[in-house]
Design a protein. Sequence first.
Length: 127
Amino acid sequence: MKLRILENSVRLRLTQSEVQALGEHGHVEARIRFRPGEYLVYKLEASSGVDHLAVRYGGDHLTVLVPAAQVAPWVETDQVSLEGTQRVDANEVLSILVEKDFQCLHGPAHRRDDDAFPHPEAAEGEA
C-alpha cells in the first residue's frame, strides 16, 4: 500500500491483493520503519462507525476509515477510487483519497508491479 501525504491531503493506493485483503478482513496495513522501535503504521479499515471517509491519527498510527457499506462495492467492481474530506477546523479541510493502484505504462518492465491493477489505457497484451 502506497501512502502519499501532500499538504492537507492523504492518498492511499492499493494493489489487487491489498484490495482483496480489505474485502476479506476489513483492514490492510503497512508500516514505515525509520530506526529500531521507530515507525509509522498506516492502515485502511472498514468501519461501521463512520458514514464518510475519515482519518484518525495518534502516536505512530495513521488510520483511514472507510464506511463498511462502501467497501464491497469498491472491492467487487471496477470503481477506481473513494474520495472525501474531513473538516480540520472552521477554515481547513483534509482531502482523503483511496485508489486502486494501476500498473505504470512507462518505464522499465522490471520496475512494474505485477500486483497492481491492469492500467485501463494499456493496449491489450501490454499490461
